[in-house]
Write a protein that binds this ligand. Sequence first.
Ligand code: ZN
Length: 449
Amino acid sequence: MDLVKELDRKDPAGLGCELHGFAWGLYPICRSITGEGIRKTLAAIGNVIPLELVDVPTGTPVFDWSVPKEWNIRDAFIKSPAGERVVDFQKLNLHVVNYSTPVHAIMPLSELKAHLFTLPEHPDWVPYRTSYYKEDWGFCLSHNQMLALPDGEYEVSIDSTLSEGHLTYGECYLPGRSADEVLISCHACHPSLANDGLSGLTVATFLARFLSDLDLRYSYRFLFVPGTIGAITWLARNQEATERIRHGLVLTCVGDPGGFHYKKSRQGSAEIDRAASHVLRHCGEAAEILEFSPYGYDERQYCSPGFNLAVGCLMRSVWGTFTEYHTSADNLEFVRPQQLAGTLRVCVGILDVLENNRRYRNLNPYCEPQLGRRGLYCSTGGEVIPEDVNARLWVLNLSDGEHTLLDIAERSGAPFRLIRDAAEALSQAGLLAPVADEREEASVSDFGT
Ligand SMILES: [Zn+2]
């Protein structure tokens, strides 16, 4: 099945708007690594795709970590000496340092300033700050807002709770013909940040919806987890199941106007690394391939040496390199419908390679078979050989049972789609036969879900 062709049957402009609209609905929610915000977000994802929510109690040991206390917040503000809410959580949830402990106090500006965070280099933006693992409280505001605060006594209030509860993550499993899995993971813990957070979970949600009614080779597991601790928690609870993961992608920062970046897995030349690099080379947009490094998103956990899974990370602009990163300017104007739809299409292209990448054997290996008599050699195209005929010659030449279709695509310079179509036409003409994988794919019924 040609997954990209299936996707292209849908109206791309409409799809982009649908994705952006979904992100729009989730933007105001105050998410964190635990609490009602992430649960509300997962519930909204669960309205689009079948999603199982898993609650893991505070204190549960997960490898070298333990599940933190659950954080919830209802309201927060700073009131000026004149009684005015000069910093208001209700207007923007970034105003509160995420995971702030509760506080209600009156204090002079000089004392309050120790708890205020601003971005002097972007004086109108509000920074995003967290304090997950150190109990503290604070407010984020624009630098200009802070400069305008008069001296005097301020009332500060953070109506939050930090107590025993749960860490919640969401899991969507789509069974395919094989029990071997493709993992798609994204973080769902950032509050009102559109590119670093909402873009990844939006594309993942709609990718799962797109795949859910297709007949697929692989089984797919989508994880919507709080960053770092969520991936660690999932891995700790599913250590054995990771043996079924053949390929994986972390999706993040995929809605901004920047070109694509793919960060390779720790393995470096895994099939997912080659598939992603190949698709990006032919996607028609600027794209760069990055080597693995042990910092970044949850690929850090999936690629830790004990697991060493073939999981790469697909981004547009790389975290930390765009000025809007972790600020109020990472909003829904920064993330665009067209870019979200374009990322979805690239993801589908990568999965199309994984779904269709196989080895074949040329059944007529002594000299070229006569393609013309089989309607496979159209010679009316002039001097230059048509690309589909050229692709057939490449497939015939390299189908010795050793080369995969992706190997052939890379060596010929042709896009995978052309090579795959050539293999299909040659198989139908009886010139090519698929070779069984050396590693037999176990069927779903051998494992259950
Ligand atoms: Zn972030």
